[in-house]
Design a protein around this ligand. Sequence first.
Ligand SMILES: *Cc1c(COP(=O)(O)O)cnc(C)c1O
Length: 414
Amino acid sequence: MNPPDRHALNPPASHALNPPAPPAFRLPSRYGAMGLGGCYAPETLMQPLLELEAAFIDALADPAFMAELRQELRLFVGRPTPLTPAPRLAREVGLKSLWLKREDLAHTGAHKINNALAQALLARRMGKREIIAETGAGQHGVATAAACARLGLDCTVYMGSVDMARQAPNVARMRLFGTKVVPVEAGQRTLKEAVNEALRAWAARCDRAHYILGSALGPHPFPLMVRTFQLVIGEEARAQMLEQSGALPEVVLACAGGGSNGLGLMVPFQHDPVRLVAVEAGGHGAALGEHAARTFGAGIGVLHGCRSLLLQDEHGWTAETASISAGLDYPSLGPELAALVLAGRVEGRRASDQEALAAAQRLARTEGILAALESSHALAHLQTLAAGGAATVLLGLSGRGDKDLATFQSTLEL
Ligand SMILES: *Cc1c(COP(=O)(O)O)cnc(C)c1O
């Protein structure tokens, strides 16, 4: 019999006393008193996440990168997007004035392109020629596919097969941009499984590939990076409010899926004396599984690398969610927005499927603008704000409603 391996039983003291130093991020990765956010990633992704943070810090400090980003936002995305007064809708809901920040007019029809383009530029700067992304409704996939075509990068988008069937026009759009769309057949075959698959693909190819995450979610540095690339919405809107109306609004209002358009619009107003309101998907009922309203009593848990408000059942399993708008249909809320809600700075509200549909119809009839069903959740909250005494509201119109035509047709009997 061999003598026992001494080392296995008694590892050298130096091991116990000097464990390898944990990787150190340079930017803050936690939000609020509850320490939301963080980086709950597998070991294989720690190095690429550290590299990504370093590249993000370097790029923000590089005047050439920032100049190219600004130029592409102007010449490709079509920024600045207008701030449109909506006097007829304001009158109908009982407000003195209402201003719409028109992300629906950004290229590809939503705010998603601001982040997708900036991350694609960052990937190219890091020498990565392959892009991985996931998409639910297809808006982030289309934006990423367009940005990759623009910059000559290879793009693969993971999408649940159920979503591929529901969002066939967006699948076709991505393919026209030269993107490979990979169906995901696991679980519910929707966004959550697509994110799992994209993270797995990134772990396998992270030396060559960059993962473009589409909302202010996921492991650090994604939540910070995505919202930073979306700040252009609120920076423009704040200046436009002052220039066009001569004052700041009383309320800044946006819908919240992961939180990227909401944070992009609200953060530049964070230290102003204005109310900030985020509207989540109330779905078709108040029971678990019937909505995606995370700020109403959801616990705190970890999903996709990030600790935040998370809808879960009594065993801690991530709950199913429901919403008429795919972009709001996600069980977790981005950690920075969740922390702002828990701290009382942002008010969390919800609107039901039916309220969102009615609000989209009302905007279309009064102002000639067809809003995305996601943005329509924010529109649905206007009457409540007016009834509570608010007079001037700035609303983030995060996207256009053309992608939702089939839903409008089948639910509104058009
Ligand atoms: C994706 C999407 C949303 C929700 O995502 P956030 O990260 O919360 O902004 C909202 N509106 C539109 C039009 C979208 O495409």
